[in-house]
Design a protein around this ligand. Structure first.
Ligand code: CA
Length: 228
């Protein structure tokens, strides 16, 4: 699975430099020139990480970071703040606003890509291609293989993405709308009950291996993947 990085930067040359290096580093890149434009992308589909410039026209990067941290849907979005400021107190302000890391301009593109990888490894190990294992059920994001013991579990593409989403967010209750947004992207027109169809198929595929009970129905709300 290729992580999607949203870059919000108003200086075209820096935006271009970031995009080229991130693409070269194996990431999908979406670009925005303002906090408002960035927010509209985030509303359409959550990126896996945000590179956010501090000094933006109209709304600042710090103000946007605080807004994202106070919203349930975006509070766990990894954020790297980018800025020309070098003072220690600004760094503290940035980290207090909820940034995971802080890169000062001018930066080395190689170092920035390394920081992106480090933040993803820490905040979202599955995006770094590492295998996820819960109670003997293993999912490998790099090879798209799902296994139980030495047996391979065959899943359709939607069921694989759904299982990936659930296994990387265990113990949380997900509404159908959240699953649609996270698994299919909410810009895609799919009815909420379609989620139930895919959950049923996923449970059926896991049943022969005894993992179907991990997907719990939370009455009136949605679904939870049992992580213990
Ligand atoms: Ca700027």
């Amino acid at each position: 699975m290729i992580p999607t990085i949203l870059v919000i930067e108003d200086e075209p040359a820096i935006q271009e430099l970031l995009a080229i290096n991130l693409k070269h580093g194996g990431f999908d890149v979406i670009r925005a020139g303002s906090a408002e434009e960035g927010l509209s992308f985030i509303r359409a589909a959550l990126p896996d990480l945000l590179i956010l410039d501090w000094m933006l026209p109209a709304q600042s990067g710090i103000s946007l970071a605080k807004k994202l941290r106070s919203d349930d849907r975006t509070k766990e979005l990894p954020i790297i703040l980018l800025t020309a400021r070098v003072h220690e107190e600004d760094k503290i302000l940035g980290l207090e606003a909820g940034a995971d890391d802080y890169v000062t301009k001018p930066f080395s593109p190689k170092e920035l890509v390394a920081r992106v990888r480090a933040v993803l490894r820490r905040r979202a190990p599955h995006l770094a291609g590492e295998e996820i294992e819960i109670g003997g059920l293993k999912l490998n994001p790099a090879t798209h293989r799902v296994t139980s013991g030495d047996q391979t579990i065959e899943l359709g593409p939607s069921e694989f993405r759904l299982l990936f989403y659930l296994m990387t967010r265990p113990e949380r209750v997900h509404t159908r709308a959240q699953l649609l947004d996270g698994v299919w992207g909410d810009h895609v027109f799919i009815e909420e009950r379609t989620v139930d169809v895919h959950i049923r198929r996923l449970r059926a595929a896991l049943e022969p291996y005894g993992h179907h009970d991990r997907i719990e129905t939370v009455r009136g709300t949605g679904y939870r993947f049992c992580g213990n």
